[in-house]
Design a protein around this ligand. Sequence first.
Ligand code: IMP
Ligand code: MG
Length: 186
Amino acid sequence: MDRDIEKILLTEEQIENRIRELGRELTAAYAGKDPVVVGVLKGVVVFYADMLRQIKIPCQTDFMWISSYSGTTSTGAMEVKRDISTDIKGRHVLILEDIFDTGNSLEFTYHHLLSKEPASLKICTLLDKPERRRAGVTLRADYVGFTIPNEFVVGYGLDYNEHYRNLPYVGVLKQEVYEIGTCKSL
Ligand code: IMP
Ligand code: MG
């Protein structure tokens, strides 16, 4: 897999250090609030597992699975494939996401959860690609791991056609890989 990667953007160590910092912020911000930490599947799984263990206060966990994205282009249309099962009315809810790209997914997720009347609703994203934001998206992430340039990245949970999620770092995929349309290393 590593030979399909053009360059490593974020090393395991950089990610680990940043998550520790975010953990200190989230632990302070949510102390005494028993938040519900909602992960947006599937890209978030690796970040979720590491981030959760740095939130050192009582909290509950849940997941949403939304879908629309295939390959490297977003269609914009979204559906809830699996909703959360926690009643979040009156609860403090923190959304964890892998990447804030065009903003379609996060806007959809945010409004879906907001309609369930939480006491507060905030967003923590590992990666933010502000250059890619669709015009008209006013949503902001409250906590951002890293702001990255407009390049297609994989690893640490992020995929290309469901591959590369298991790379321990975040890397830029070689262009020839998506031109061929599949994992070169298969
Ligand atoms: P958005 O709806 O365009 O903001 O995209 C959000 C979703 O698209 C993320 O949750 C990812 O699954 C996927 N995505 C966006 N950019 C990338 C990328 O650079 N690499 C891999 N997946 C991406
Ligand atoms: Mg994806």
